[in-house]
Design a protein around this ligand. Structure first.
Ligand code: NAG
Length: 478
């Protein structure tokens, strides 16, 4: 309640007649009402009552009150003005517990101020998970004790490919000749975790392994298979440089995860597992020997062995492993793992057959790095396909049953090199996503895009007042 109270103060300041002290606005927690994280908002002519089923519910009640205030109430305060809200009675709670956004800060480093701003906007939309993709072939963004070269070397690349990476033959690639990079200090990340917690957002860290590891291998070549020239990757696509699963590499993974669990209290730790080309493992005599020693049939089984090792390590620390759907390729998967199927319904069904919890992350609906319009020439360069606003709004995560914890939108940042561009890609699609993952699935609240657009227009004025950039609505929606 304390947090909700402070949020209310932030949201409406002293401008409303009355305040919590003289009981014109009352925020309380009554654990009975409907739904986890639910609330009841009662606005009558003389009083505003917010009743949360828990502190998060009360916080969401405050966010709803905030959205009932005129959009320009978000702008810097003008003393002495009167704000009005309509009299309403609302009972509300989220359909899904996991309502997330994944932000890739590895391909392009994003300043910590921007991450705070993203958390602010997530909480305004009652989204509750920020999944940070902290490491990849092109950059490593966290400090790990005992591995200073991760921030000295892995956090930086000398230059970046220009234009659409796969549209030109390899010999024709051009580079921008500028260094890119950065990392977050442990203190910055701990502060960020606290900042998010106050806004009822959980940060889920991701360290992608055993693939997408070229940046770490560039700094510590012994982690790799000694086949390719070590350098922090300067182009996109999938790197063949992956961890050799020898003892130093396994120790490295444990050391990194120990630090990650120290910084991030979240129950869930994401270990990637996507896109692991096995070329180097097939070429390496040491890896082949290891496959034999472990009594495994092939490289795919080796990745399965690795996933189980890491899941068991996290389990000892009281955490649960989250992985992209490739972790399903070699079963069995420990029962407390969570899978993010990004490659369509088959992947969802595989995950459900494996008996694990699922967070829906389908590329064709929820990859916000895809284009927002088929008019690609009018849009910034984007990786992937086409995900218009209407497609995000129509998304229904619920049709696969109760192992679905929720859903998550993704922003991969190969071609997104600034907070401005990130916001342009995120909004307004993230507003549509927030509705899709909150509402009750089927009738009577089946997605109605036309009505959503009616609600969205004033909401865009709120984003304007907050200084959040977005792609303007099409004159005729797709
Ligand atoms: C996939 C990759 C990701 C990349 C993105 C671009 C996953 C789980 N993996 O190829 O590294 O940035 O698509 O859309 O999505």
């Amino acid at each position: 309640a304390e947090t909700a109270g402070r949020a209310l103060e932030r949201a409406i300041g002293p401008s409303l007649p009355g305040n919590a002290q003289d009981a014109d606005i009352r925020i309380s927690i009554v654990p009975e009402g409907q739904g986890t994280n639910g609330y009841r908002l009662d606005i009558s002519t003389d009083r505003i009552d917010i009743l949360g089923t828990d502190a998060t519910g009360a916080f969401y009640g405050v966010q709803t009150l905030r959205q009932l205030l005129p959009p320009d109430s978000e702008a810097p305060e003008r003393p002495g003005r009167t704000l009005t809200v309509p009299c309403v009675q609302i009972e509300d709670f989220p359909r899904f517990a996991w309502r997330g956004l994944m932000l890739d800060v590895a391909r392009h480093f994003m300043p910590v101020d921007f991450l705070r701003r993203v958390i602010d906007v997530l909480s305004l939309h009652k989204l509750d998970v920020l999944h940070l993709h902290l490491t990849d072939d092109q950059g490593w963004r966290i400090e790990v004790p005992g591995y200073p070269r991760l921030t000295e070397v892995s956090a930086w690349r000398t230059e970046t490919v220009i234009g659409h990476d796969s549209a030109v033959p390899t010999w024709d690639l051009r580079y921008d000749g500028r260094s890119h990079g950065g990392f977050y200090s442990t203190a910055e990340l701990s502060d960020l975790v606290a900042y998010a917690e106050e806004r009822h957002v959980t940060i889920i860290p991701e360290v992608d392994m055993p693939g997408h590891m070229q940046a770490a291998i560039a700094a510590y070549p012994d982690l790799g298979n000694g086949i390719a020239e070590p350098e922090v990757r300067r182009r996109w696509n999938i790197s063949t440089q992956i961890l050799s699963l020898n003892e130093p590499a396994m120790r490295f993974c444990r050391d990194v995860l120990t630090e990650v669990t120290r910084i991030f209290p979240s129950e869930f730790i994401h270990c990637g597992g996507d896109e692991v080309p096995t070329d180097e493992w097939r070429m390496s005599p040491q890896v082949q020997q290891r496959i034999k020693d472990l009594g495994l049939p092939d490289e795919t089984a080796l990745q399965g062995w690795f996933t189980r090792q890491i899941a068991a390590f996290l389990d000892e620390h009281g955490r649960r492993l989250v992985g992209w759907d490739e972790v399903l390729d070699a079963r069995p998967l420990p029962a407390n793992c969570v899978v993010m199927p990004w490659r369509g319904d088959t992947a969802v069904r595989n995950a459900l057959n494996a008996g694990v919890d699922v967070v829906m992350t389908p590329a064709q609906h929820l990859y916000l790095n895809y284009n927002q319009s088929t008019d690609v020439h009018a849009e910034p360069l984007a990786i992937g396909g086409f995900v218009p606003l209407s497609m995000v709004h129509a998304y229904t995560p619920g049709r696969f049953g109760d192992r679905v914890l929720g859903a998550q939108a993704q922003l991969w940042t190969e071609y997104i090199d600034s907070p401005e561009l990130a916001e342009y890609m995120l909004f307004p699609r993230l507003c549509a996503f927030a509705e899709a993952v909150w509402r009750q699935g089927t009738s009577p609240d089946a997605p109605d895009f036309a009505r959503f657009l009616e609600r969205l227009r004033p909401h865009l004025s709120r984003l304007d007042a907050l200084g959040v950039r977005y792609r303007p609505l099409d004159a005729k929606p797709d």
